[in-house]
Design a protein around this ligand. Structure first.
Ligand code: FAD
Length: 414
């Protein structure tokens, strides 16, 4: 009899785990109260940003925060009512900001990032969906030379870890993206960025392929999980009880509730982001463009344009504040000549953000039949298929080709 593995969470991480587990011959049940690809894996910036290895906590960041917070168009906000509960996380986040830790985290992330395109190739080719990914690269812009120079240490670190980027002359930029206004700024070509036609569509497509090949789908909310040596037990809100041999928790920003029932909670918060998708933007953007000065991304998605970003710190169940989506449109208008901003779909997503900016890809410390795949923060879309492959190998007991110690669940235990 094939072993039965339940995967909780049908975002890009969970569906990638389910797909790989099913390919390895396990009986798989994927479980979510939403349809696949509807939560954080839907309205995001759609970029596969392999060179994004620098953690979010780094020396000097703290100096930028007051300016960001005071600027009504700024990239960051904290809901005052929710702030006290977030202090322990912020403390751990700040403690990860020294350069030695930054270098170690970037090196760990690079191990994952170096295989993300090959892992996408594997899944997209096997599911006849290679056309849903574009390998054009992306353009990073800085509004001033000074801001570019301030970020130089990050480019140097990326280069040491094997990721390329090169500066574009104003003429090159004009011919590549005629509608982009940059005046005295700096533009960099980032060849190690790809993008997807639509992240929700790709996630749903991978899930469907898994179901078409024998995977089971259960649409229900998990209320309780249990594990012992004889197996795992999952109970749902509607009263279902599913017994299996193994369990993967891939419930994104909600994973801590389930981890707390099996082990303990880890330092993760929901770092909210917003997007505005414009159905008739009136301009053509051949590449995703990320502003490092204003911290947001503009991504072409067929005839649509998606503008995504911002960091809002609020409780997991707080209502969205769609003023943040509107701010993104103003920021995009700053750069894009002729941008039309009617016909907009606004969206909010909750990034599962660890205090050390690294995901958890790990067996449980207490249960050898429970595995954790969450906490991918800003890069879950990029790292989904890679995480799926690594978790599936872990579940069947194959040794990982890279050192996964940096991604262990119990790395915060001390
Ligand atoms: C504005 C924005 C832009 C972004 N841009 C990018 C980008 O360009 N590139 C990139 O790589 N990443 C990007 N990200 C990050 C990326 O979207 C996330 O890292 C990724 O989607 C996380 O995937 P996930 O599967 O872990 O979580 P999710 O997609 O949130 O999936 C988790 C699933 O678990 C389910 N679930 C939770 N609890 C339960 C329960 N009790 N029972 C059953 N099901 C449950 C939820 O319903 C949900 O469907 C962006 C994020 C935001 C907000």
């Amino acid at each position: 009899m094939n072993k039965h593995c339940v995967v909780i969470g049908a975002g890009i991480i969970g569906v990638s785990c389910a797909w790989h587990l099913q390919r390895r011959g396990l009986r798989v049940t994927l479980l979510d109260h939403e349809l696949p690809g509807q939560a954080c894996s839907s309205g995001n910036a759609s970029c596969l940003s392999a060179s994004s290895v620098i953690p979010f906590s780094y020396p000097g960041l703290i100096k930028k925060v007051p300016g960001w917070m005071l600027d009504p168009l700024g990239p960051m906000s904290i809901r005052p009512k929710d702030f006290p509960a977030l202090i322990p996380w912020f403390w751990k986040f700040w403690r990860a900001s020294n350069m030695q830790k930054v270098e170690a985290i970037a090196a760990a992330q690079a191990q994952l990032m170096h295989s993300v395109f090959a892992d996408y190739d594997e899944i997209l080719n096997a599911t006849n969906a290679a056309h849903l990914r574009y390998a054009h690269g992306a353009i990073h812009v800085y509004d001033t030379e000074k801001e570019y120079r301030q970020g130089q240490w990050q480019a140097d670190l990326r280069s040491r870890l094997g990721f390329e980027e090169h500066r574009l002359s104003p003429m090159e930029l004009k011919s590549m993206v005629p509608c982009l206004k940059l005046e005295n700024g700096v533009a960099m070509m980032m060849p190690d960025w790809h993008h997807l036609a639509d992240p929700a569509k790709v996630t749903a497509h991978i899930a469907q392929h898994c179901f078409d090949h024998g995977g089971d789908w259960v649409q229900d909310r998990v209320s309780h999980v249990n594990a012992d040596d004889s197996g795992v037990n999952v109970q749902t809100q509607s009263g279902r009880r599913i017994e299996a041999d193994q369990l993967v928790i891939a419930a994104g920003a909600w994973s801590n509730t389930l981890a707390g029932q099996l082990d303990y909670k880890v330092p993760m918060i929901a770092k909210r982001g917003y997007s505005s998708t414009i159905s008739d933007p009136g301009i053509e953007l051949p590449y995703p463009v990320m502003s490092l000065s204003r911290v947001f991304v503009m991504t072409p998605m067929g005839t649509d344009l998606r503008v995504a970003g911002t960091a809002e710190f609020a409780a997991l169940d707080a209502a969205p504040d769609y003023r943040r989506s509107k701010v993104l449109l103003k920021q995009a208008s700053h750069y894009l000549d002729g941008l039309k901003t009617e016909g907009v779909t606004e969206w909010m997503g909750q990034r599962p953000m660890m205090s050390d900016s690294k995901p958890i890809i790990s067996v449980s410390p207490r249960h050898s039949n429970v595995f954790y795949a969450f906490g991918h923060g800003h890069y879950g879309l990029t790292q989904g298929p890679t995480t799926g492959r690594l978790i599936a190998d872990m579940v069947i007991g194959t040794e990982a080709p890279i050192d996964l110690a940096e991604f262990r669940f119990d790395r915060f235990a001390s």
